[in-house]
Ligand binder design. Structure first.
Ligand code: PRP
Ligand code: GUN
Length: 185
């Protein structure tokens, strides 16, 4: 499949000590082909539980194209957790750490009792997913499903153990000797 094929040949750069892979779905770089975006969206819809869901939730920045195409396919509106504070009433700030960055994420637009599906492009350390789940719990949302396109490292397992939520992914990878390798899930 195109996702796996394109991952195997994608470039790796160092961000501090972190070996960061660069791929159209996770970076928008160098170019996003519609057939790849479509494949990924259809695969997410096949494994995800979008029935009776009020809102899709994602995090800035690279969850946005995914949430957009999923919203168009499912007719479910979406909410972006932004890195910028808007100071709207009820805005929920949470702390986000990744393998290479630290910052805040801000949740708006979720009402108590909303049924939500979380989508993101990649789960690595799991720091971002912990922040998203924390914000949604504070907002009183009901998390119906969590889907990330790519998993690497132990983050998925750690988040599952810590939060009790199951996280679905399309592909598991590792970065070995400057290359992406596809792992069995
Ligand atoms: O599991 P983690 O270690 O937290 O990594 C996963 C996060 O890293 C990327 O976001 P990033 O904050 O780099 O923002 P970007 O989407 O703007 O690249 C990606 O979109 C995930 O949200
Ligand atoms: N593009 C990209 N996004 C990430 N988010 C967390 N880790 C990574 C990575 O290695 N590459």
């Amino acid at each position: 499949m195109l996702l796996e094929e394109t991952l195997k040949s994608c470039p790796i750069v160092k961000r501090g000590n972190y070996h960061y892979f660069i791929h159209p779905i996770t970076d928008g770089v160098p170019i996003v082909e519609p057939k790849l975006l479509r494949e990924v969206a259809i695969r997410i819809i096949k494994i995800g539980n979008f029935e009776d869901v009020d809102k899709i939730v994602t995090a800035e920045a690279m969850g946005i194209p995914l949430a957009t195409i999923l919203s168009l396919y499912t007719d479910i509106p979406y909410v972006i957790m932004r890195k910028r504070e808007y100071k709207l009433p009820g805005e929920i700030p949470v702390f986000q750490t990744t393998g290479y960055s630290k910052g805040q994420l801000y949740l708006n637009g979720i009402n108590k009792g909303d049924k939500v599906v979380i989508v993101d492009d990649v789960i690595s350390t799991g720091g971002t997913m912990i922040a998203i789940i924390e914000a949604l719990k504070k907002a009183g949302a009901e998390i119906k499903d969590i889907i990330c396109v790519i998993e690497r490292g132990n983050g998925k397992k750690e988040v599952e153990e810590k939060t009790g939520y199951k996280i679905k992914t399309l592909v598991k990878i590792d970065v070995v000797d400057g290359k992406v390798v596809i792992l069995d899930k």
